[in-house]
Each structure stands twice: as structure tokens, then as C-alpha cells.
Design a protein around this ligand. Sequence first.
Ligand code: FES
Ligand code: FES
Length: 182
Amino acid sequence: MGALHLKVNGDELDVAAPSHWTLLEVLRYRLGLTGSKQGCDKGDCGACTVLLDGKPVLSCLTLAAMIEHRAVTTIEGLMPAHIANGGTGADPIQDCFDRCGALQCGFCQSGMMLSARALLDRVEQPTPEQVREALSGNLCRCTGYTQIFQAIELALADRAGTKPAPRAWEAPRDTEAAPRQA
Ligand code: FES
Ligand code: FES
């Protein structure tokens, strides 16, 4: 067992792990970063998606020893990176997933959000086809995808400074429910 030199969420780390371990195994079982999910563990579901130098990769198919010194971003690092760049609160993608209720069990969500973040970092205003292509490797068994795409649509509208038309899927924030009529 040797020491791996990894850069995860901005931290330089020396991690003792077997040389055959995947990045996903190191993240979950050495670093305690369990936001990256171990779904199929064979490249089918996308639940283990992390960013490597800003690009989405399947950490279950990535040998940790092969990515030493390269920048890994997991879901745990998304909000700190946003704040370090001058933002406040959660990353806009996380915020919009929250506002749109774009999850049920949540198992797919970290991979979905990281794939979306990589797309929005690369393309200022992606088309719906580009959004679908970017998320095509992330499977969701619960939501039917509609609210996930709506969350990304909302993040794009926020970034463009446009106000999307009110839709049933965007829950009002910080407002009290109207009293029921008798
Ligand atoms: S756990 Fe990696 S693709 Fe499914
Ligand atoms: S919310 Fe359950 S798998 Fe996507």
C-alpha cells in the first residue's frame, strides 16, 4: 500500500490506499467523501461522477493512482468553490435543484449536479440538446428528469438575468402558504 498524492476540493492530500483502488473507493473509504455514490460500480449509472480538471469523469472507472496531482472536485467541494469565487450560499446549480425539487431519493443528484456544473462552466447558454447530451450519462430512476432539466433551465435564466415565466414547478420561497378557504 503506497501513498497517493491527490488534490481533492482544493486540498493537497497524501492518502494511503492500495494501488488498484479506484478514485471512488479512495473518496468514499479513505476520505469519507460519500457524496459520490457507488451505484453500478461499472460505468453505467453516472452516480459516481466527479470533476477532474473541471471535466466530468466516472470515478468508479478511474484509478486513483492515475490522477495524482490533478484537480478533483466532488459534490462536497461545489459550495466552497462557489464561495471562494465570491458567491454566497450554495452553488447556483445546487440552489436551482433545491428550488425545483429536482430529486426524490437523491442517489443520482451529486453526479447530475456535477455534470451540469461542468456544462455551465464550459458553455455560457447551452441549448436544451446540449443539456440533455451533458446529462446523458447520469441515470435517474425516480424523477423522470423533467425537474432536473427545469432546474438547469432556471440556473441558466438566473445567470442570464432573465426571469423565466412563473411555472408550477418553481415553489415559492420564503412565503407563507395562503390560508385555505372554508
Ligand atoms: S457507480 Fe460509476 S457509473 Fe455507476
Ligand atoms: S432522484 Fe432517485 S435516482 Fe434520481
